[in-house]
Ligand binder design. Structure first.
Ligand code: BUP
Length: 454
């Protein structure tokens, strides 16, 4: 019989670090003539999420959009300790999971696979098993973090150094997502363990990485050294930014005026706000670095609530005093546009994995300043692969203040490190090879297509 294009549904959880890779994968599958359905939980948490998705659906009318309407919380039974709005959204998806089965069965042509999120793993596998539907995870972090997630449930207690079978780099206790250490019975930790155990129930784990970047972790997990019988881990990255993400914004016009490689770009992602005290130290650091800078300022976790004026956040006079050297903005930027700009020579980043991969794609060295979650694991990878620097004594968000003086020194080092520039240029080349014709990631996607066509 004539083979039909596979139909794949994607269902990411909340946060731009989850939605963006999922959308980029959806776009790439749609461009390869797959039938694609994108399921999103409503109401969404942030403005950035709604804007991004609206632009995506406008640019890809062939992608079917399905809104998954969350059931209201029942205050009489709700007993969560969780307050983070992005995690509360995951809890809401979990509580509404019974709505998923009818939605998935109603899609036409029938689905070949569901690609969901690690945070939804244990919620969705019983549903896909019932429907006999192949179920994949798009894991939005590095393979090193995947190995930790897979190994963690088997740990009896957390030691100062954790040895993941098959890997040569020990995981320091201080690199673990803090809620795992602080509260082993809380929402985050219990979900982390449950989802980690449940990963073996999937047909495969898709990674926004490429073989040349994390060879050791990919080999160890795919040879069953980390967890016996683990599903195939399939590198399909870098998931490349799409045309529709491009913005014409004033920040880019400002960059046009700056010399080549002179600007350090500072951004900690869409859901991490530094304390005001830490933000002001960062301001001091940027001045001390003597570099030009483009700083995306975030004062609140959720963008809708981030209404304070820049002067109120950084202190009156700061912006005026740096106006010849720096631009501070308090809105979403087209990060790909910034990182691809010839004026940008370095990136001070929280090293959310998408940001790290985007920096590789454009060959921009990173000063890793992990803030929350998996970010120290990503920082370890960034440092190991030669993409950037990491001062691993700097504390998590909310911990000990990092002083302006130290920040200034680290940025100076980043912008002056010639060796780093060479290494990063090499990683960029490898990243581009991986997704080009005949590249490892491109071949992996073609193989998946064959499986899904059967
Ligand atoms: Br802020 C910001 N423009 O202004 P990560 C972010 N991004 O394009 P994490 C912009 O958001 P979260 C902005 O390019 C990346 O693709 C950025 O994902 C984009 O961070 C994404 O780096 C952020 O994986 O997500 O911490 O996982 O942003 O939700 O904190």
């Amino acid at each position: 019989s004539k083979t039909q294009s596979p139909h794949v549904a994607l269902f990411p959880s909340s946060g731009m670090g989850h939605i963006i890779p999922s959308v980029r994968l959806a776009a790439s599958l749609a461009n390869k003539n797959f039938h694609v359905t994108m399921i999103t939980a409503h109401p969404l948490v942030s403005k950035a999420e709604s804007n991004f998705l609206a632009h995506f659906f406008a640019a890809f009318p062939q992608v079917i959009s399905k809104e998954f309407h969350l059931l209201p919380r029942d205050p009489s039974t709700a007993k969560s300790d969780e307050t983070d709005p992005f995690f509360l959204q995951i809890e809401a998806i979990r509580r509404s999971a019974t709505l998923l089965s009818p939605l998935l069965s109603s899609l036409s042509p029938p689905l070949s696979a569901l690609i969901s999120d690690i945070f939804l793993s244990s919620t969705f596998t019983p549903i896909t098993a019932d429907l006999h539907l192949p179920n994949y995870i798009l894991f939005p972090s590095c393979t090193y973090m995947l190995c930790l997630t897979a190994h963690f449930p088997s740990l009896v207690n957390i030691t100062e150094e954790i040895n993941i079978p098959g890997l040569s780099t020990m995981v320091s206790k201080s690199w673990l997502p803090p809620p795992l250490v602080i509260d082993a019975t809380g929402f985050f930790a219990t979900q982390f363990v449950e989802n980690g155990k449940n990963m073996v129930q999937h047909n495969g784990i898709l990674m926004n990485t490429f073989d040349a970047l994390e060879p050791e972790s990919l080999k160890a997990i795919n040879e069953g050294k980390v967890v016996n019988g683990f599903p195939p881990v399939i590198s399909i990255g870098p998931l490349v930014p799409c045309e529709f993400e491009k913005q014409q914004v004033s920040s880019l016009a400002w960059l046009d005026e700056q010399p080549d490689g002179s600007v350090v770009y500072v951004c900690f992602g869409n859901r991490t706000a530094l304390s005001r005290e830490q933000l002001r130290e960062l301001g001091v650091g940027l001045v001390k670095s003597e570099c030009r800078f483009l700083w995306i300022l975030k004062d609140k976790k959720v963008d809708k609530e981030d209404v304070a004026e820049i002067d109120e956040v950084l202190g009156k006079g700061f912006v005026e005093s740096v106006k010849d050297k720096g631009l501070v903005i308090k809105s979403w930027v087209d990060q790909d546009g910034v990182l691809s700009h010839r004026a940008v020579g370095g990136f001070v980043s929280h090293v959310g994995w998408s940001s790290a991969v985007e920096a590789m794609w454009h060959g921009v060295p990173i000063l890793a300043w992990p803030q929350i979650g998996d970010q120290k694991m990503c920082a370890a990878v960034v440092k190991k692969c030669g993409l950037g620097l990491w001062v691993d004594s700097w504390d998590w968000n909310g911990g000990e203040l990092v002083k302006g003086e130290d920040i200034g020194k680290a940025i100076k080092e980043l912008m002056g490190d010639e060796n780093l520039k060479l290494q990063v240029a090499h990683i960029k080349e490898e990243a581009r090879k991986a997704v080009a014709f005949g590249g490892s990631s491109e071949n992996n996607l073609l193989k998946l297509r064959k499986e899904w066509e059967l």
